[in-house]
Design a protein around this ligand. Structure first.
Ligand SMILES: [Fe+2]
Length: 331
């Protein structure tokens, strides 16, 4: 009985502890960051040397307490990224959707987050970020900048199709540098086929992929889908990183988890690592466990063990299938 009590009390204490960062954020809210895209870029101009790192994340959708709690945890990890003092972290990039729904309240929440990130922060605009307020709080929506041996092009494609002529001019400029990175909110490809976002067939997406290939861009970073995904088209790496805080609705096994990306540029090499961040424990219990359980249940339902008893195997005689693949027919 006593052990049970101790166990319950310990779990309660850990749960409360996991809520403290958000509580602290509420009772002692940080001042809004005064920096915008332009002033953050200004801070990069004295950087030199041919190796450095930067962090990319997206879809923090701040302004909702669940998202804020997750972003706070990610920021805690980001701020520790330089603890080995091997490679400098030059800046943090957001691929957009910094707000839950573009309100002033949400932008203020984002600016408080920005104030907590110890590196310069540069943000792209997402479809949830009000244009006017984005300009007021974050600055330019479309711009390019250089850092050391690399060129970064931030594209406004919150509404889908970007300005390809503008982008091509910047891509030409990028040829002077060893590396070119392109940042936009909506990926010009489908990171997850079982989702509403269906852009692979859009002419602009195809055109954009070909344009990025022509100029041999190193990496393209996007968000929009709340997941991690790495795809390759025409030899170009496309990274979808939308795990910056928003409640994730995609199964974890398919890339639906909170995370950010750390990219390392080392002379002519570019590598990256995914930093998977577990949600705060209270959020894990109240949301994420349930999300995974729902997908588990769905798969269980579809397994045929209990609900699909009328299913029978009719393969593997179908041409093109090997012995391990079967067609199922359900009455
Ligand atoms: Fe989003």
């Amino acid at each position: 009985m006593k052990i049970k009590k101790i166990l319950i009390l310990t779990i309660a204490a850990i749960l409360i502890y996991s809520f403290l960062p958000l509580f602290y954020f509420w009772v002692t809210p940080p001042a809004l960051s005064n920096d915008n895209n332009r002033t953050s870029i200004e801070k990069l101009k004295n950087n030199n040397g041919d190796y450095f790192s930067f962090i990319v994340f997206g879809d923090s959708h701040n302004g909702l307490f669940t998202n804020d709690a997750s972003t706070l945890k990610e920021i805690w990890h980001m701020n520790r990224e330089d603890r080995f003092r091997k490679v400098p972290i030059d800046f943090v990039l957001s691929v957009g959707d910094v707000t839950l729904d573009g309100s002033e309240h949400d932008f203020k929440a984002w600016k408080k987050m920005q104030a907590l990130i110890k590196y310069p922060v540069i943000a792209a605009i997402g479809n949830h970020d009000d244009r006017k307020l984005f300009e007021e709080y974050c600055g330019d929506r479309q711009f390019a900048f250089s850092d050391r041996n690399s060129y970064f092009i931030v594209v406004d494609n919150a509404d889908g199709e970007p300005e390809l002529a503008w982008l091509e001019e910047r891509l030409k400029e990028g040829q002077k540098y060893e590396h070119t990175f392109v940042i936009m909110h909506k990926p010009p490809c489908d990171p997850y086929q079982q989702e509403w976002y269906n852009i692979d067939n859009a002419p602009w997406a195809y055109q954009l992929r070909k344009l990025l290939a022509k100029y041999r861009v190193d990496m393209v970073f996007a968000g929009h889908k709340h997941m991690f995904k790495h795809q390759r088209f025409d030899g170009i790496d496309y990274i979808t990183t939308g795990g910056g805080g928003m409640l994730i609705e995609i199964p974890e096994s398919d890339g639906g988890y909170l995370h950010y990306i750390r990219v390392m540029v080392n002379h002519d090499y570019v590598t990256y690592e995914v930093r998977k961040i577990s949600p705060p424990l209270w959020l894990h219990i109240t949301y994420y466990l349930g999300k995974e359980a729902l997908f588990w249940l769905r798969n269980w339902y579809g397994s045929g063990y209990i609900f699909g008893r009328n299913s029978k195997v009719i393969g593997p005689k179908v041409q093109g299938l090997n012995d391990k693949e079967y067609w199922f027919e359900t009455k």
